[in-house]
Ligand binder design. Structure first.
Ligand code: IPE
Ligand code: IPE
Ligand code: MG
Length: 229
């Protein structure tokens, strides 16, 4: 089907398998994460050249903090690198945004240097009018939903029912349209607490490829699924 005639697609990726990618090559897990971040830059470039209006990626979950400290430290440094790719994002007219546990919330563990990198990247790409790249960092869908439900209740009196639109308006990024296709790499078929509200009607693309090997052809396979019956 001619993608140009279709409305822009929202693709959401659970970027999994960095560790296995490295293990297969006899490399430390950290090398897999480095390759994964580099591949993300490539995926952004490819998606921006396709009919993708929204690319959302799961970078780090609220559950991932329990990983070995050295691995967490490395993953954090890669997020600094990712949010520092402002020149590339601007070159592709990509606006970046972030979803995750708010920094001022009890339990937030996001260090100041990551907070700063996130806020700076948002500011430095805010003028871009093309694809929106949403990075989920310290993200968990249940926490997002719970917060949205609490906020909806707080802004209501007992005579009103809470609506779907209202819950949506309290999501971390209320501007995010529904996900058209959710991708999970590395042969896993779990959703792992990712965007449970937003993937309601989404197609699901599971692939054996690990994230560092998720290439343009794979992206096109996932996008085709959106148009398939
Ligand atoms: C995904 O790769 C990256 C993060 C979850 C941060 P993994 O590190 O989960 O890779 P595997 O699943 O161990 O192969
Ligand atoms: C999901 O991957 C989280 C991210 C991709 C950031 P995990 O590797 O952490 O997921 P589970 O624990 O295997 O489901
Ligand atoms: Mg994994």
């Amino acid at each position: 089907m001619d993608q140009a005639k279709q409305s822009p697609i929202h693709i959401a990726c659970i970027m999994d398998g960095n560790g296995r990618w490295a293990k297969r090559r006899g490399l430390p897990r950290t090398e897999g994460h480095t390759a994964g971040e580099e591949n993300l830059a490539e995926v952004v470039r490819v998606c921006a050249s396709r009919n993708v209006g929204w690319l959302t990626v799961f970078g780090f979950s609220t559950e991932n903090w329990v990983r070995p400290p050295a691995e967490v430290k490395h993953i954090l440094s890669l997020h600094k690198r990712l949010f520092g790719r402002v020149e590339e994002l601007n070159a592709h007219n990509v606006r970046i945004q972030w979803i995750g546990r708010p920094f001022d919330e009890p339990g937030s563990k996001t260090p100041a240097f990551i907070q700063k990198a996130i806020l700076q990247a948002i500011e430095d790409t805010a003028h871009n009018t093309g694809m929106v790249l949403t990075v989920a960092f310290d993200y968990g869908s249940r926490a997002e939903l719970l917060r949205a439900a609490q906020r909806s209740r707080a802004s209501h009196n007992a005579s009103h029912d809470i609506s779907v639109a209202e819950i949506t308006s309290h999501m971390y990024a209320p501007n995010l349209p529904p996900v058209d296709v959710v991708v999970r790499t590395s042969g896993e078929s779990r959703i792992s607490n990712f965007m449970l509200w937003q993937i309601k009607g989404a197609k699901v693309y599971f692939t054996e490829r690990t994230w560092p090997d998720f290439d343009a052809r794979e992206i096109d396979n996932a996008l085709e699924l959106v148009h398939a019956r």
